[in-house]
Ligand binder design. Structure first.
Ligand code: RB5
Length: 155
């Protein structure tokens, strides 16, 4: 299952992606299903998406104007690895190396390749091995901050 959500800038892009996923028989959970979101804020949207990604152990797609704000907010959540991708290569590598569990997209960017980016992201497997060690270190930084322990002491 794919969890998807957008702020007010991304409503149309989100609909396009949902349509594509459904055509490919991929189950989609739209967690920002409002008609008028003109007053919404991307950190709130990021929070809702990430809560669902963690709860469902799913991958997510998060959309704001640039993809940047929502990715910054998503990455504040423990257990989330969110990446803004503007081409297929980034989408492939962030799955393969970073095991990204949220793909962030910008609705105000040129979006002719967005479906290719989504497909590449969903169809790439995490490589594991040395990349697992690095992903583990990302989460160790989170844990150290939470515990008030200096991460640098363990490098
Ligand atoms: C909303 O105007 C815009 O700031 C937001 O969608 C996003 O681009 C922030 O990074």
């Amino acid at each position: 299952m794919i969890v998807i959500g957008s702020d007010h800038t991304g409503i149309e892009l989100k609909k396009k992606i949902i349509e594509h996923l459904k055509l490919n028989n991929i189950q989609v959970k739209d967690v920002t299903n409002f008609d008028d979101q003109s007053g919404d804020d991307y950190p709130d949207i990021a929070y809702i998406i990430c809560k669902n990604v963690l709860k469902e152990d799913a991958m997510g797609i998060a959309i704001c104007g640039t993809g940047i704000g929502i990715s910054i907010a998503c990455n504040k959540m423990h257990g989330i690895r969110a990446a803004v991708c503007t081409d297929k290569y980034m989408a492939q590598m962030t799955r393969q190396d970073n095991n990204a569990n949220v793909l962030c997209l910008g609705s105000r960017l040129e979006n002719t390749k967005v479906i290719e980016i989504v497909d590449e992201y969903l169809n790439t497997e995490f490589a594991g091995g040395r990349h697992q060690r690095r992903v583990d270190k990302i989460h160790r930084i989170e844990q150290c901050q939470k515990d008030g322990v200096e991460y640098g002491d363990s490098i």
